[in-house]
Design a protein around this ligand. Structure first.
Ligand SMILES: Cc1ncc(COP(=O)(O)O)c(C=O)c1O
Length: 447
């Protein structure tokens, strides 16, 4: 007779009751609670968390001040919406966000509930405000899963077929030069393709309202572009009077060692998109952007619950905690440790093609061999599954689903980083020794 654990029982009910359409499952992990960067399942087993809930758990899982701020707001009222009433948490949070954003121009803040609605609202407001019909975005980008968000994105998982107004261009990926070169002058070649070829043919620049970009392309495979990319992209936008929109939904709020990842490039953005970790676990997204765009028309981009007071109170506490705990600087230092640790621990495996990252967003790209760089797509699912069995939560992403992704909570400690890497290394060995069968992971195809 086999005894089933509580996790197994919940997993069975989940399989029966919850729509697959909302799932990207790698393991049957059943989250109960967390403490900093530790996660516990319903049976009490502890895991080190290298996934950080896809970066939503920036502060981890148990920040007391975030909990207190949410409770205090709920004690005042459980329902306080912004669209037809005013409240202090929203204006307080807007004030803090504007103070963080570089750029010497008048700004306002729009609030939403998810990264996807921020991308979509930004797109709609920009097209309406500028009167221009076109947008440019980058291949490999993930901006959202609404129809408009999918049209804006260019990730293989989000092929919607729509979005004829969006022109997709190659992202400067130093490991996989999109033009087949050796990485030399990569930024210039990517931007010349836009400016000298597309702008003079199918995509006239005076019709382009905005360029949407991720400063580190996350779901595309945690790709860190060359240092000159963002300054040159900013200059291109300025030359052609095009708005530059930085999608910081995954990498913003300290993760890369700056408040916003694009600040490594020393530029300002016309619009900044935030989400994921902003709400400390509650649904909250934001656009910080030029006043004239966000004021385009009253009631033009909203949902009933946008900017609700509970989420805004959480967001304000998140910003204050990142400041109080000095997590921006900490993410830079911890990221260095993690990059070095992953390089040292995994570099000897022939199928590890590249280890990269900026602060606490890192990727390990797996390849069949280092010369052909053909994506290795069979191992990632087994490795993350084995890591879970060994006590580590980690996911994989990337255009080919071959990049292990690391976005731990910013509060992760040195010891947890080292221990997590040890578990990962052990999981690599286990998988190579046949510890995970194809049948075992059949239900966890991931992407
Ligand atoms: C860079 C980026 N933008 C937007 C989104 C969409 O956010 P959400 O899933 O919260 O709608 C994601 C989600 O992964 C993302 O990584």
């Amino acid at each position: 007779m086999t005894t089933s654990t509580m996790a197994e029982s919940i997993a069975q009910r989940d399989q029966q009751l919850i729509a697959d359409a909302l799932k990207i499952r790698y393991t049957p992990f059943v989250h109960s609670h967390g403490d900093g960067a530790n996660l516990f399942d319903v049976d009490g087993k502890r895991y080190i968390d290298f996934g950080g809930a896809w970066s939503a758990a920036g502060l981890g899982y148990s920040n007391q001040r975030v909990k207190d701020a949410i409770s205090a707001q709920l004690d005042r009222t459980t329902c306080n919406i912004l669209i037809s009433g005013l409240h202090e948490p929203a204006v307080d949070l807007a004030e803090r966000l504007i103070a963080l954003a570089p750029g010497d121009f008048e700004k306002k803040v729009w609030f939403g509930l998810a990264g996807s609605d921020a991308s979509e609202a930004a797109q709609r407001m920009i097209l309406r405000a500028t009167g221009k019909p076109r947008i440019v975005s980058f291949i490999g980008s993930w901006h959202g899963t609404t129809d408009a968000g999918m049209a804006l994105s260019a990730h293989p998982s989000l092929l919607s077929g729509g979005g004829a107004h969006v022109t997709k261009i190659p992202y400067p990926n130093p490991y996989r030069d999109p033009f087949g070169g050796d990485g030399e002058n990569l930024t210039d070649r990517c931007l010349d393709y836009l400016e000298k070829f597309l702008f003079t043919t199918i995509c006239p620049p005076d019709q382009v309202a905005a360029i949407f970009v991720e400063a580190v392309q996350a779901d595309g495979g945690d790709i860190v572009p060359p240092d000159d990319f963002l300054p040159k992209l900013r200059a291109l936008c300025d030359r052609h009077d095009i708005l530059l929109v930085l999608d910081e939904i995954k990498v913003g709020l300290g993760r890369t060692g700056e408040w916003f990842a694009f600040q490594h490039g020393g530029i300002a953005a016309d619009m900044i998109l935030l989400g994921k970790s902003l709400g400390g676990g509650l649904p909250l997204s934001a656009i910080i952007g030029r006043r004239e765009i966000l004021d385009v028309a009253s009631g033009f981009a909203l949902f009933t619950m946008v900017g609700n007071a509970t989420s805004c109170a959480a967001g304000l506490a998140v910003i204050e905690e990142i400041e109080r705990l000095e997590l921006v600087a900490r993410a830079g230092v911890a990221g260095q440790r993690m990059l070095q640790g992953l390089t040292d621990a995994l570099g000897e495996f022939d199928f590890v093609g590249d280890v990269r990252g900026k602060g606490l967003i890192l990727g390990v790209e797996l390849v069949e061999d280092r010369v052909s760089k053909k994506p290795e797509t069979t191992l990632p699912a087994k490795i993350v599954y084995r890591a879970w069995q060994n006590g580590l939560i980690v996911y994989y992403a990337g255009n080919w689903g071959n990049a292990l992704e690391f976005t731990p909570p910013l509060v992760i400690g040195d010891e947890q980083i080292d221990d997590g890497i040890d578990i990962l290394r052990r999981s690599f060995d286990d998988v190579l020794n046949g510890a995970v069968s194809d049948e075992e992971i059949a239900a966890f195809a991931g992407w």
